[in-house]
Design a protein around this ligand. Structure first.
Ligand code: AHG
Length: 338
């Protein structure tokens, strides 16, 4: 079969009436920016891009040079395209308006420019995560509150993994699709259409070193997985943890599994570790569109009404039956507490 490029795929989606021309162009611009990030990450030590930038981001975390470079690449690429009203990034406190000298569009772009950046220096996969929303009517200078829309309002979401291969996984709400970057040709090419995450799995991802800080229902759920064939689940489970959400989610999108970053005694005051707008919502959209589920352990992630641009939430996502069980344990424990 003839390979289908991302651009051809976008044309098909437009013809089918699933996206408009502006959204299609916006995806092309994001994809182009991600190709540049792929080149920068691929150079490793030879590009002089490893190590810390010597600054902290809005979350108070030390920024890697590549965090800063990737953020700038995405901002610059998207400034003049004419499809956006503003951008928001995990790396910046406030939304960035489109400069007055450039045409404006009616979309909002949110991104985590380089997720899992602590893995850069050890040459393990990192990624970009993005989410696209509609700018509310009549708003010419969008502020944080205009970005704070529930995940169900997302028009598109995607991630790009910079790994052995660079690839993009994308949804517009009509299935989840994967495009692999053909490095010689320089274009993303459709490699899997309508990805399905199996409902059942025997593989889980969680940072086990936090176990003692988790809530009781999380202890119970993972305890049962660890008990294997001899335990109540009567089944052995395998564990994987890359500590790059994009890589862990991509494994789930490829062969099933579940990912957890639960509430624990140390992150409780902040609401969790991962960010709703830049990580949880886009990943939830992608996973749900592939037949999986995504909750906070209590509620569906995409139905949360955001209260802040940099809000953090617990994240449970992946194969449906396991996410339903882990969520059930949390709700049951809440019910028992009254
Ligand atoms: P960062 O971008 O600061 O490296 O954070 C990575 C995120 C996410 O990608 C990953 O799943 C998780 O944090 C890993 O957390 P732990 O280091 O606590 O395992």
């Amino acid at each position: 079969m003839k390979p289908v490029s991302l651009i051809q795929f976008l044309i098909e989606e437009r013809r089918a009436g699933r996206i408009n021309a502006e959204l299609s162009l916006l995806i092309e611009v994001v994809a182009r920016a991600c190709k540049r990030i792929s080149v920068a990450t691929g150079k490793g030590a030879l590009g002089g891009v490893l190590g810390n930038a010597g600054s902290d981001n809005v979350q108070g975390e030390a920024q890697k040079k590549l965090d800063v470079i990737s953020n700038e690449i995405l901002l610059e690429a998207n400034a003049w395209g004419g499809q956006l009203a503003a951008c928001a990034s995990e790396e910046m406190e406030d939304p960035q308006p489109i400069p007055d000298m450039y045409p404006k569009g009616n979309h909002l772009l949110l991104f985590d420019p380089l997720d899992g950046s602590s893995n850069i220096d050890i040459n393990v996969s990192v990624g970009t995560i993005f989410s696209i929303l509609r700018c509310p009517d009549g708003i010419s200078e969008p502020a944080a509150e205009h970005f704070q829309q529930p995940g169900t309002e997302q028009l598109a979401a995607g991630y790009v993994v910079y790994g052995p291969a660079t690839l993009m996984v994308l949804t517009f709400g009509h299935g989840t699709h994967e495009f692999t970057l053909d490095r010689e040709v320089g274009s993303f090419t459709l490699s899997r259409r309508d990805i399905r995450i199996p409902e059942e799995t025997a593989e889980f991802a969680v940072n086990m070193s936090n176990q003692r800080h988790w809530e009781a229902p999380m202890q119970r759920y993972v305890g049962e997985l660890l008990a294997g064939k001899e335990g109540p689940r009567a089944k052995d489970f395998n564990m994987r943890w890359v500590a790059s959400m994009v890589a862990d989610v991509h494994r789930i999108v490829t062969r099933g599994g579940v990912f957890f970053y639960p509430l624990d005694a140390r992150n409780k005051a902040k609401g969790g570790k991962l960010r709703l707008m830049y990580e949880a919502n886009p990943m939830a959209f992608i996973v749900e569109q592939a037949g999986g589920a995504a909750t906070t352990g209590r509620e569906r992630i995409m139905e949360l009404q955001p209260t802040g641009l940099h809000q953090r939430v617990p994240v449970f996502l992946g194969s449906k039956k396991e996410i339903e069980l882990a969520t059930h344990y949390h709700r049951e424990a809440d019910g028992a507490q009254g």
